[in-house]
Design a protein around this ligand. Structure first.
Ligand code: PGA
Length: 253
């Protein structure tokens, strides 16, 4: 039985004061939700704040990106080891905004994934198609290409230490959630594709859905057999919404 996981992706939002208020409200609201791992992923400067505020709570924390290289002469880079130093358990890798706005290629994403693993972090590997790709019928091909780049570099077995997030680009921040059936179809495709090479990895890996998940849509999405939780952007900044989404992931008693 796979556990459920709900991760908040704060993106480039917040400040010391607003984060503190959010965290102080989240700690009691999420403490603990049986069967659900709750995570928040903040911008780099606030990781120390997360470590201070969340240490000893039921909430895990992570970053939204990392450098593809080891420590050294990479001005502006933040290494996997640095994230581990601040108690991060997770790091988002290959988010569509990193790919489209910052030009991250499949190759760079594969290197970042490997760096995360090397430091003992759990990468949350994001994959997903644009609206154009969906309309031209290449959703599966796109997702397969993004996954294969990571598998070619690190091997399928490494997915046992990772989480996959299917995030259709057309659903991110647009208010247009994929229907549970649309999401389930791609999640099943991902799991079946992995099963073709490694059934144990395919059966165990968590596959999150992301893209305009709200408290009102979460339960139906999380009830689908291959959806193991969510990666939540906008709604993760609102205590009541995020807490309700985390509760919606709770397995039926
Ligand atoms: P959204 O973002 O929930 O605001 O659509 C999801 C994400 O980008 O991870």
């Amino acid at each position: 039985m796979r556990v459920k996981l709900v991760a908040g992706n704060w993106k480039m939002n917040g400040n010391l004061a607003s984060n503190q208020a959010l965290l102080q409200a989240l700690i009691p609201a999420l403490s603990p939700i049986a069967g659900v791992e709750c995570v928040v992923c903040a911008p780099f400067p606030y990781l120390f704040q997360l470590q201070q505020a969340l240490h000893g709570s039921s909430i895990a924390w992570g970053a939204q990106d990392l450098c593809q290289f080891d420590n050294g002469a990479y001005t502006g880079g933040v290494s996997a080891a640095m994230l581990a130093d601040f108690g991060c358990r997770y790091v988002i890798v290959g988010h569509s905004e990193r790919r489209s706005v910052f030009g991250e290629t499949d190759k760079i994403v594969a290197l970042k994934f490997a760096q995360a693993l090397k430091a003992g972090l759990t990468p949350i590997l994001c994959v997903g198609e644009t609206l154009g790709e969906r309309d031209s019928g290449v959703t599966e091909m796109t997702v397969a290409r993004q996954l294969d780049a990571v598998i070619a570099h690190s091997g399928v077995k490494t997915l046992a230490q990772a989480v996959i997030a299917y995030e259709p680009v057309w659903a991110i921040g647009t208010g247009k959630t994929a229907t549970p059936a649309q999401a389930q179809a791609v999640h099943a495709f991902i799991r079946n594709r992995l099963a073709a090479t490694d059934a144990a990895v395919a059966g165990g890996v968590l596959i999150l859905y992301g893209g305009s998940v709200k408290a009102a849509s979460a339960a139906q999405l999380f009830a689908m057999p291959d959806i193991d939780g969510g990666l939540i952007g906008g709604a993760s900044l609102i205590v009541g919404e995020f807490a309700a989404i985390c509760r919606a992931a709770q397995p039926a008693a």
